[in-house]
Ligand binder design. Sequence first.
Ligand code: NAD
Ligand code: UDP
Ligand code: UDP
Length: 319
Amino acid sequence: MTSSLNMKNKILVTGGAGFLGSHLCGVLIKEGHDVLCVDNFFTGNKDNVNHLLLNPKFELMRHDVTFPLYVEVDQIYNLACPASPIHYQHDPVQTTKTSVHGAINMLGLAKRLNARILQASTSEVYGDPEVHPQTEDYWGRVNPIGIRSCYDEGKRCAETLFFDYWRQHQLEIKVMRIFNTYGPRMHPNDGRVVSNFIVQALKNESITIYGDGSQTRSFCYVDDLIGGMKKLMESDKAITGPINIGNPNEFTMLELAELVLKLTSSHSKLTFKSLPEDDPKQRQPDISLAKAKLDWEPKIKLEDGLKETIAYFRKLLQT
Ligand code: NAD
Ligand code: UDP
Ligand code: UDP
């Protein structure tokens, strides 16, 4: 079975009940595809896909990708993996298994079906980078034995597996390095900085700045990100990646906190906590490759994306 990209496909989304996965499922359904959403609900939940459950083109399956999966599909988006540090550090062995065994199983499935497969990799493969902004040819600076390693090294090994299945079995692969993404349906207790700051500001609780807040991140709004993900999946067979997808506008955590306070009209004060181990000091994608190969770049400004996200959390906290 070959992916016929102009036709309606049966598409598997692993981690489909999570933050990014649920947005992707929604877009694919809107385009008329059949979507099989596979999730073990570790960090995702049914509420994220509630609006899709009655759609006959949508199917939700509880399954852990560390176990084999025998289904029939044309394309696979492999997103299953907790993404927030507190969650992926909760059971680090399971995190590595999800990335590595999950990749082996999904690649085995793709091989049997001759299906195109996309891996949701991460800017974390660059670790705490000494090249700035990060280009895809930079090999990274990752601590192999630290508390972030279960995620970073798991994702790096998954990339290795993808490229070995490509070299050894001629699989059609797409490796996407996702930079910090935010938007509606992030989990309120997820621990990531955007959701933490917004929830704290809306509750007029202290905003927790880790370290002195001078570390930087570059935040991409979820709609831009999903647009890039789809463009990569639908790109020419020769484009394997790895390819950075993210927003190159870089902010310090103090700048982010101030913007969130302004947009929520909050009375919260800043409180400074210790910086977690191995926390990268700076991060900014070089997206030249995505612009050239996919004709993609993000459009949504941080302020506009934050307004949407704040509206989502405001509603959620009222219910
Ligand atoms: P998320 O935690 O909201 O979603 C991950 C989903 O995977 C959840 O629904 C979870 O229940 C599911 N899952 C976890 N382990 C599983 C397993 N063993 N079997 C089946 N399902 C499993 O996180 P997200 O932000 O939506 O991230 C999605 C993907 O994108 C992840 O692979 C993540 O590493 C990657 N990514 C995200 C970001 C970001 O900023 N959001 C950045 C870089 C990479
Ligand atoms: N696999 C799967 N679904 C399939 C085909 C394979 O989950 O439809 C899993 C299976 O558990 C296997 C893994 O993918 O261990 C890798 O498959 P591959 O064919 O590459 O290797 P092998 O079966 O030789 O180990
Ligand atoms: N951070 C913070 N306060 C919080 C949560 C996170 O200052 O309440 C910092 C964190 O130390 C890191 C940055 O914000 O420097 C981004 O953290 P996040 O967990 O969102 O993503 P990652 O570190 O994986 O990029």
